[in-house]
Design a protein around this ligand. Structure first.
Ligand SMILES: CC(=O)N[C@H]1[C@@H](OP(=O)(O)OP(=O)(O)OC[C@H]2O[C@@H](n3ccc(=O)[nH]c3=O)[C@H](O)[C@@H]2O)O[C@H](CO)[C@@H](O)[C@@H]1O
Ligand SMILES: C=C(OP(=O)(O)O)C(=O)O
Length: 417
C-alpha cells in the first residue's frame, strides 16, 4: 500500500493542467460497445477507474489500445456480455455497460454494484427503464440478468435525478426502435459530453443539458473520434487547495462554464477568481471566510466537491453549514479532519464547521475518493507533517495528484508503507 506524506504550510503557486473528467470518460468508454467500429478518444485521464473499465471491456473482447492520453477501442468481436463481480465491486461505474450491451446484443449479465462507503448505490431506475423498453430483466444471485429483442423507445420519467441512470438510459435509447424521451434527466456536463460522443457516433439526441432529453433510435452507430471534457471536480479540488493555502494558481484546460456555483462560493470565501474560456486563475491573500454549501444535482453545488469545501471551512473565519443531500454517508472525512484539530459537529445531513485558526499535522485515513482529496487539502493547510493512508481511493479519480501539487510548490511525497 502507498501513502502520501505532506508537510503543510507551503503556498500553492503556478500553473496546473486539468485532466479529462473521470465521470465523463467512464460512460464514454462504455459507449464503445454500441458500435463494431473504432472509437478514438482523446484526453482520457490515467486513473485506476479508467484502467478498471478498460479491463472490464477487454474481458468482453473489446480491443483496447492506450497511447498516452488517447484510447482506441473496437468492439467488433464481443465474446462475453458478462460484467463480473470482481471488477464491478471496485467501480460502481461498471453498471454503465448494462445498457450498451442490452441495446446492441440483447443480452447482458452485470453484477449489481451494491453499496459503497458513501452510501447505497441503487440502480432500480436503470432496470425499470429497461423493462419499460421491453427487456426482460431479473436479479439473479447479485447479477442483473437481461434478455431482450430490439428495445423500444418510450417516455421515461425517473423518480429522481440520476446521473448514471440518465447516461445508461440514453445509451439504451440510441439503438432502440423509435423515440425515447427522458424526463427529469440529469443535466451534468458529463451527460452532455456523453451525448456529444454519441452524436459523433451517429446518434440523434437533443435536449442534453436540460431535464428533457429526446433520443431518436437508429439502426446502428458508427466509429467516431471524441475528446473527453475537462474534469470540473479536479479543477475545483485544485482551486480549493489554492484558496486554503493562500496561493495563486492558474488552472489550464479547465472549463469555468461548468463550475459557476463552485467559483461563486470561492469568491464568497474571499478569493479573487478570474476566468477565460478554458482557464481559471485563483488568487487568495487572506484567511478564507466560511461558506455554507448544500449539495444538489447540477447546476447546484456538486456532492463531489462537498468534502473539499469542508476542508477549507475548517480553517475559515466564521461558521459554515455543509449539507449533503445526495448520499447518506458522505461525511467520513469528518473524524479525520477532527484529528487535525478541526471543530465540526454533524447534525443529521448537516455538518456545522466552526473555523479554527490552525490545523496541526496528523496520521489520516482516506475513506473514499473525495474524502481523500479533502484530507490532502487540509494537510497542505495544516502546520507540520501529515501522512494520508489508503490513497488507493484517491488514485481512482485523480491523475498524478501529488505530481501536480509538487509542481505547484507543495511538499508532498508518495511513499510505500
Ligand atoms: C445527482 C448527483 O449528484 N449524482 C452524483 C452521483 O452520481 P451517480 O450516478 O453515482 O448517482 P445517481 O445520480 O444515480 O444518484 C443520485 C441519487 O439517486 C439515487 N438513485 C439513483 C439511481 C437509482 O436507480 N435509484 C436511486 O435511488 C441514489 O441513491 C442517489 O441518492 O454520484 C457521483 C459520484 O459521486 C456524482 O458525480 C454525481 O454528481
Ligand atoms: C464517488 C465518486 O465516484 P463513483 O461514483 O465512481 O464512486 C466520485 O466521482 O466522487
Amino acid at each position: 500500500m502507498e501513502k502520501l506524506k505532506i508537510i503543510g504550510g507551503s503556498r500553492l503557486c503556478g500553473t496546473v493542467k486539468i485532466s479529462g473528467a473521470k465521470n465523463a470518460a467512464l460512460p464514454i468508454l462504455a459507449a464503445c460497445l454500441l458500435t463494431p467500429e473504432d472509437l478514438i478518444l482523446h484526453n482520457v485521464p490515467d486513473l485506476a477507474d479508467v484502467r478498471t473499465m478498460l479491463r472490464l471491456l477487454a474481458g468482453m473482447g473489446v480491443r483496447c489500445r492506450r497511447e498516452g492520453e488517447d484510447v482506441i477501442l473496437q468492439a467488433s468481436d464481443i465474446r462475453s456480455t458478462v460484467a463480473p463481480y470482481e471488477l464491478v465491486k471496485t467501480m460502481r461505474a461498471s453498471i454503465l455497460v448494462l445498457c450498451p450491451l442490452a441495446t446492441r446484443f440483447g443480452s447482458a449479465r452485470v453484477s449489481l454494484p451494491g453499496g459503497c462507503a458513501i452510501g447505497a448505490r441503487p440502480v432500480d431506475q436503470h432496470i425499470q427503464a429497461l423493462r419499460r423498453m421491453g427487456a426482460e430483466v431479473e436479479i439473479d444471485h447479485g447479477f442483473v440478468d437481461l434478455q431482450s429483442k430490439r428495445l423500444k423507445g418510450c417516455k421515461i420519467v425517473t423518480d429522481m435525478v440520476t446521473v448514471t441512470g440518465t447516461e445508461n438510459i440514453m445509451m439504451a435509447a440510441v439503438l432502440a426502435e423509435g423515440d425515447t424521451i427522458i424526463e427529469n434527466a440529469a443535466r451534468e456536463p458529463e451527460v452532455v459530453d456523453l451525448a456529444n460522443c454519441l452524436r459523433a457516433m451517429g446518434a440523434r439526441i437533443t435536449g442534453d443539458g436540460t431535464s428533457r432529453i429526446v433520443i431518436e433510435g437508429q439502426p446502428a452507430l458508427h466509429g467516431a473520434e471524441h475528446t473527453v471534457v475537462s474534469d470540473r471536480i479536479e479543477a475545483g479540488t485544485f482551486a480549493v487547495a489554492a484558496v486554503a493555502t493562500r496561493g495563486d494558481v492558474l488552472l489550464s484546460a479547465a472549463r469555468p462554464a461548468d463550475m459557476t456555483v463552485v467559483l461563486d462560493k470561492l469568491r464568497a470565501a474571499g478569493a479573487e477568481v478570474t476566468t477565460g474560456e478554458d482557464w481559471i486563475r485563483i488568487r487568495m491573500d487572506r484567511r478564507p471566510l466560511a461558506v455554507s454549501v448544500r449539495t444538489e444535482p447540477h447546476p447546484g453545488f456538486p456532492t463531489d466537491m462537498q468534502a473539499q469545501f469542508m476542508a477549507m471551512d475548517c480553517i475559515a473565519e466564521g461558521t459554515s453549514h455543509i449539507t449533503e443531500t445526495i448520499f447518506e454517508n458522505r461525511f467520513m472525512h469528518v473524524p479525520e479532519l477532527q484529528r487535525l484539530g478541526a471543530d465540526i459537529q454533524v447534525e443529521g445531513h448537516t455538518a456545522v464547521v466552526n473555523g479554527v485558526r490552525r490545523l496541526e499535522g496528523a496520521e489520516l485515513m482516506a475513506t473514499d475518493l473525495r474524502a481523500s482529496a479533502s484530507l490532502v487539502i487540509a494537510a497542505l493547510a495544516a502546520e507540520g507533517e501529515s501522512d494520508v493512508h489508503r490513497i488507493y481511493h484517491l488514485d481512482r479519480g485523480y491523475d498524478r495528484m501529488e505530481v501536480k501539487l509538487s509542481a505547484l510548490g507543495a511538499n508532498i511525497r508518495r511513499l510505500s508503507e
